[in-house]
Design a protein around this ligand. Sequence first.
Ligand SMILES: *Cc1c(COP(=O)(O)O)cnc(C)c1O
Length: 224
Amino acid sequence: MNEIEYKLYIDDVIRRVESARLRVSDHHIVKIVAVSKYSTSNEIKKLYNIGQRAFGENKVQDLEKKAQELEDLPLEWHFIGNLQKNKINKLLEINPALFQGLDSLELAHELQKRLVVKDMTLDCLLQINSAKEESKHGILPEDAITTYQTIQKECPNINLKGVMSIGAHSDDKELVKQSFLTTHAIFNKLEGATICSMGMSGDFELAIECGSNMVRLGSIMFNR
Ligand SMILES: *Cc1c(COP(=O)(O)O)cnc(C)c1O
């Protein structure tokens, strides 16, 4: 694909996001985070050149490498993966715009300690394991609101902005929809939460219809 063809291709993805958000409301704005974990810095640059600014990575070392290689571009980096304790300092050095994978109170406490030392704050989303899958990280739905409030109280250097969830791993659309609705219901009950991050390449329209206002699109944005 040359640049013009790529732009037309991405316009089509954007149109799909647009149609889905308009089915919710004229006032429902959805942000696209392009997940670049399977893509090279060069491919990120191509997407940047046609207008994309927010990118997400799920490994700290990949984020570090790409943020460095692309430091001349005004990119907004999101960390969307599981954060191991021994990678916290590295992540804070990169200082991403949003950490979407805060998935336990224990991690929040550890993160808080390091933020204090570095005299920093970090915008974060609490990850919810809404379909209660063994294979996934995140807080169980029944514990989500209490955990969110505890972090707000006990971790003043963590700015909680809302929630993140991965849709149920299933071919049954109803099950996926239920998992999104579960996360959105939690989002609605949280004081001050503004971001509900749900939806990937295979399910973003459904996620938006269930109230998502941030989609994390990997394969579809890089035409894989
Ligand atoms: C990889 C990944 C995505 C994007 O997945 P695609 O199916 O390629 O769109 C979104 N969110 C998280 C947390 C991911 O790890």
